[in-house]
Design a protein around this ligand. Structure first.
Ligand SMILES: [Zn+2]
Ligand SMILES: [Zn+2]
Length: 264
């Protein structure tokens, strides 16, 4: 703290740090002239970096209002003193404690998620994590560990990065909580789960996700925030939750960038 105020005090004076700061500012101004801030959604010029233009903002379905405590989907009505849950979560309660998502997987949100996942638009992770921190603010706990849903190494090799790990890292930065990108590992490749029944999904995921043997110590008695780009059935997040519980974690929460609507 003392160091910071000293540095701030030095800015603007004739000191070396002040000079360096002015140079950095000039470089930033020059960069803004060459690369003016553009909308993350459509590339139109915007006022600030990592933002959306008005039109894209309107087309991006941010989740607000009353949501299901377990999966974050919007529900009709207002929250009362009981735990608010959607029909699906009432029928089949997920194994985690609570969950949220920033966006509905629809419209502009869908193209943003796909651009982050397959389009090498890794810079999207930063604003996305900011939206997630906002949507998941009620889930955050002191000393919580943030961990992404893992990719199998063969898929990681092909795609070069795990979009959920990018989100988790940025979320760690945004919240100041520990992010352990390799807390969970996918031991074998799993098929796409779309269109499968709940039972088929469980079978496909059985034994596929585990805790990294060297990371188990991070978990004992700690709360975990599992991060994924898209939550569909929640089967993968459930498998991650069970792996964390088996390793002695305390409460498990899940946070997704986007939530697929039930009827989609
Ligand atoms: Zn735009
Ligand atoms: Zn729900």
């Amino acid at each position: 703290m003392a160091l910071r105020s000293k540095r701030e005090g030095a800015v603007g004076s004739g000191s070396f740090i002040g000079r360096k700061y002015r140079i950095a500012q000039r470089i930033q101004t020059a960069l803004a002239l060459i690369y003016p801030p553009r909308c993350m959604g459509c590339g139109e010029l915007t006022e600030s970096d990592f933002g959306l233009c008005g039109a894209c903002w309107r087309d991006t379905p941010f989740i607000g209002g009353t949501v299901c405590e377990s999966c974050g989907v919007p529900v009709i009505g207002s929250a009362d003193r009981f735990r608010t849950e959607c029909d699906d979560c009432l029928k089949t309660p997920p194994p985690w404690n609570a969950g949220r998502a920033a966006l509905m997987y629809d419209g502009k949100a869908r193209s943003l998620v796909l651009a982050l996942k397959h389009g090498d638009r890794t810079e999207l992770a930063r604003p996305a994590a900011r939206w997630m921190a906002q949507a998941g603010r009620e889930l955050l706990r002191p000393r919580m560990v943030i961990a992404p849903v893992p990719l199998h190494w063969s898929r990681l090799l092909k795609r070069r990065y795990n979009q959920s790990a990018l989100l988790a890292r940025n979320l760690g930065r945004e919240t100041g909580l520990d992010c352990v990108p390799d807390l969970l590992v996918r031991k074998r490749r799993t098929p796409a789960l779309d269109g499968k029944t709940a039972r088929e999904r469980d079978e496909a995921l059985a034994g596929a996700i585990d805790i990294h043997p060297r990371r188990a110590l991070h978990l004992k008695g700690r709360d975990v925030l599992l991060v994924d780009d898209v939550m569909t059935s929640g089967a993968t997040l459930a498998a991650c939750t069970r792996a964390c519980q088996a390793a002695g974690a305390n409460h498990i929460f899940v946070l997704a960038l986007a939530r697929v609507a039930k009827d989609a």
